[in-house]
Design a protein around this ligand. Structure first.
Ligand SMILES: C[S@@+](CC[C@H](N)C(=O)[O-])C[C@H]1O[C@@H](n2cnc3c(N)ncnc32)[C@H](O)[C@@H]1O
Length: 246
């Protein structure tokens, strides 16, 4: 994703702009995020009780600016898209696509139907603005724990830093939904670390416990925090291993 990041105005002006453009609830959320930055338990309690509301407030340009300001995030997206493309998927669903960073990278590498879902309207609005319209990516507002697609609708389903943001019972439902709509592959970049908005899961162990074959797994070398990173490709139809990856 090629982007220009504008410099930020001074704090009082930023606060005023926040209220003017996105309302008091957004401005209040921003203030709480800043004030509670040293008390993760309160942050989780007051800011992350409803993850969809959190991602709606945090999503959009704030999150975009934060991510695009870190080159390591772009190297990681490149690396993930490269790995995904090597499996020659015939269609891809990204669950929790955010502003479309991975979908944009994928659209440069594969020429197959690409669909992104996210439960945050602000993230999806930005994705719709940033993804090249020629790429033919479809975006759908939906929850990962209730995917609005029939069984086996996609050759591959991808998550990148998404399941980890959901509490254990929802995370479990999301994984089941992913296995329901994926035909051949489920691909995950899900970190194991814990924070106020992360639960941190061992996705590799989850697949192993269920006897599902993993074509690859391990840390992401390009990750800003490699020791907590975990990438894996679950093979739902083992016959496909004959033809992939390239
Ligand atoms: C850390 S961002 C990652 C975005 C994108 N996957 C990437 O790697 O750039 C997490 C995204 O997952 C979305 N998300 C988290 N939980 C979700 C859920 N249960 N259903 C749908 N989207 C979810 C959030 O709205 C947010 O856009």
């Amino acid at each position: 994703m090629d982007v220009m990041i504008e410099s930020q105005p001074i704090l009082p002006l930023r606060a005023w702009n926040a209220v003017r453009t996105r309302g008091t609830s957004y401005a209040w959320h921003k203030v709480l995020r800043r004030v509670l930055r040293h008390t993760p338990a309160w942050r989780r309690h007051l800011l992350y009780a409803d993850p969809r509301s959190y991602w709606t407030h945090r999503g959009g340009f704030d999150y975009f600016r934060e991510q695009e300001g870190q080159p390591a995030r772009s190297w990681r997206a490149d690396w993930i898209a490269e790995r995904i493309a090597s499996y020659n998927p015939t269609s891809i669903l990204e669950v929790g696509c955010g502003y479309g960073k991975i979908l944009s990278e994928l659209s440069r590498r594969v020429c197959v139907p690409l669909v992104g879902i996210d439960f945050s309207p602000t993230q999806l609005e930005l994705a719709a603005r940033l993804i090249n319209p020629q790429a033919g990516v479809s975006l759908v507002l939906a929850r990962g724990e209730q995917l609005p697609f029939p069984d086996g609708a996609f050759d591959m389903v991808v998550t990148s830093a998404v399941i980890l943001h959901n509490r254990p019972d929802i995370a479990q439902t999301m994984r089941r939904e992913i296995l329901r709509v994926a035909r051949r592959f489920a691909v995950h970049n899900e970190e194991t670390g814990f924070s106020y908005n992360r639960y941190g899961y061992d996705t590799v162990a989850w697949y192993r416990e269920r006897g599902i074959t993993l074509a690859e797994f391990g840390a992401i070398p390009a990750d800003p925090n490699p020791e907590e990173s975990q990438f894996c490709v679950a093979v739902l139809d083992p016959r496909t291993l004959d033809s992939s990856p390239t």
